[in-house]
Design a protein around this ligand. Structure first.
Ligand SMILES: [Zn+2]
Ligand SMILES: [Zn+2]
Length: 149
């Protein structure tokens, strides 16, 4: 094995590493593509590194290779907007967000006005309307006033 890949000791091979090992799939790819493999990546189409059958390996550029793997990321559900997405996940505290907009929303603590202002507003419009205005529940408003006397 070499890294995560099955390898053989073949020091004379043009693609062998300094330690004399060559990954089997690279040896097969060399038969198929020749020196072209030297600066390129070899992708296992089924992602099984033990399947080095000639029709399971293909020569790709490094960026293409990253793209191929990224494209197979799991489908996730955004914790803020519930959208399903597969690419560009942002992970914070075990939650996944589809975009920086959603991840920021999740981090935003609401900036409360001074408690005196809250009390006045409650007197005017009530807990529910004030809650809606601040995008929190009426209970959140009650709590805030109770805990920040
Ligand atoms: Zn690959
Ligand atoms: Zn989202």
């Amino acid at each position: 094995m070499y890294g995560n890949y099955p390898a053989v000791f073949w020091p004379d091979h043009p693609c062998a590493h300094k330690n004399g090992l060559i990954r089997i799939h690279r040896a097969i790819a060399y038969e198929k593509y020749g020196n072209a493999i030297l600066n390129l990546s070899i992708h296992h189409k089924d992602e099984n590194v033990f399947n080095w059958a000639e029709d399971n390996i293909e020569l790709v550029s490094n960026s293409e290779h990253i793209y191929k793997h990224r494209n197979r990321l799991k489908t996730r559900v955004c914790s803020i907007c519930n959208k399903k997405f597969t690419r560009g996940a942002i992970k914070i505290d075990k939650n996944y967000y589809c975009s920086s907009v959603c991840s920021q929303k999740s981090q935003e603590r609401i900036s409360w006005p001074p408690t005196a202002t809250l009390r006045n507003k409650v007197a005017l419009v009530g807990y529910c309307a004030l809650g809606r205005e601040l995008s929190v529940s009426n209970n959140a408003v009650k709590k805030r006033i109770r805990n920040h006397a």
